[in-house]
Design a protein around this ligand. Structure first.
Ligand SMILES: NC(=O)c1ccc[n+]([C@@H]2O[C@H](COP(=O)([O-])OP(=O)(O)OC[C@H]3O[C@@H](n4cnc5c(N)ncnc54)[C@H](O)[C@@H]3O)[C@@H](O)[C@H]2O)c1
Length: 366
């Protein structure tokens, strides 16, 4: 019989309900033992959601995660606090012997991301970053086609995130849009799509040129960004990300162009295959390539359904002592591209990767 691992949730705000959902969906291998949040009501609400879904299993409540680490000694900590707090909390959890599933972005500087990766390695613990859209069925299907070589050489790709985050969204939580705790729309909303773009381009990003703006929103950081990203293979990526689209979320679309294949995955949050064309379709067979689903529905929120699959992958990685699909190194790649975009806006110059940068260096840029 499989061992049931102990999970603690640190940070019980908006996204944490997806962690409760993922814990419940994986409950034969995982039990939530604690919810931590200095705002106790929020911890209690999430604990109650879990109890309801698990027929009354006990969940402890903590205001202080350090006390929780000492008392509960969880196998896994899920971190869903404000982004700027992720590194300090993740490092404390890893040092205490827990494995960590960390919300995106893992950190707001390359230095902090490196410290998290090094701490996980030193303590022989696993670290995963919540890029759950990698687990969307159409995205997995495109990745399988890429790995099978069906695109031939990848030439260029594009991610468009055309969403709306209005003033009320930023007012709900004052940390949003600040350089110390969040970053702008590229770091918060677009980080998933930027991760997908770089994952599909096959090789590391080597050069970034960008223009970002704070057009409309009353925040410190950008609400729009455009960038050209060159990859080591010579492939070129194009990024367009906005929180200003009138009057509501429009689309998040990943486009991939290879010498022998074209795939476009759109919908509200990269969840619908819109174009699927390959030179080898006649060999692979039409049935295999009939993937366009006109009835595919947008998920109820742009968070999608991927947290459950990401948890399952993490549990499998622990069981088989392999790396999770989005480990610390993988999670750092999108972060580094976004920080290079920020540096390019600040300096007015193209930026070569690898780069060392932090959102705190952007203060006063707009
Ligand atoms: N994967 C996704 O699709 C996705 C979606 C939304 C948000 N996020 C990320 O999740 C994180 C949280 O976002 P949110 O919208 O839920 O924020 P939120 O403001 O709703 O919740 C954050 C919570 O963390 C708590 N917190 C702060 N310090 C803490 C500490 N020391 N210990 C325990 N709890 C603490 C706060 O009190 C708050 O309740 C951010 O990093 C964000 O980027 C990811």
């Amino acid at each position: 019989m499989q061992e049931v691992l102990k999970l603690s949730l640190i940070g019980c705000g908006r996204i944490s309900s997806k962690h409760i959902e993922a814990a419940l969906a994986n409950k034969e291998r995982l039990q939530l033992v604690a919810c931590c949040d200095p705002v106790i009501d929020r911890a209690q609400r999430r604990a109650q959601e879990y109890r309801t879904g698990s027929s009354g299993l006990d969940v402890k409540i903590y205001a202080d995660y350090r006390e929780m680490l000492k008392k509960e000694k969880p196998d896994i900590c899920a971190i869903a606090t404000e982004s700027g707090y992720h590194p300090r909390i993740a490092i404390a959890c890893l040092e205490a012997g827990s494995n960590v599933i960390c919300e995106k972005p893992m950190a707001l500087s390359t230095h902090d991301a490196d410290a998290m990766i090094a701490t996980a390695r030193r303590n022989n613990r696993k670290l995963a970053v919540c890029f759950q859209n990698r687990f969307n069925a159409p995205v997995q299907r495109a990745r399988a086609a890429l790995e099978a070589g069906r695109f031939g050489k990848i030439l260029h790709g594009m991610i468009q995130v055309r969403w709306n985050r209005d003033e009320s969204y930023y007012k709900q939580a004052p940390w949003r849009g600040t350089w110390d705790l969040d970053g702008g729309t590229l770091m918060n909303q677009c980080t998933h799509g930027i991760d997908l773009l770089q994952w599909m381009m096959g090789e590391d990003a080597v050069r970034v040129q960008a223009a970002t703006r704070r057009f409309l929103r009353p925040i410190e950081a950008e609400d729009f960004g455009a960038a050209i990203v060159e990859f080591a293979s010579g492939a070129v990526g194009i990024i367009e990300g906005s929180a200003d689209v009138f009057p509501q979320n429009l689309n998040e679309t990943l486009s991939l162009f290879g010498e022998k294949g074209t795939v476009i995955i759109g919908g509200l949050a990269v969840n619908k295959i819109e174009t699927w064309r390959f030179a080898d379709s006649s060999i692979i067979g039409d049935a295999e390539d009939k993937v366009l689903d006109p009835n595919a529905k947008d998920p109820p929120t742009v968070y999608g359904f991927g947290h459950t699959a990401l948890y399952a992958d993490f549990l499998d990685a622990l069981e088989h002592n392999r790396e999770p699909l989005v480990n610390g190194e993988a999670g750092k790649k999108a972060l580094e591209i976004i920080l290079a975009i920020y540096k390019s806006q600040k300096t007015g110059q193209p930026v070569t990767l690898p780069v060392e940068f932090s959102t705190s260096e952007m203060k006063g840029v707009f």
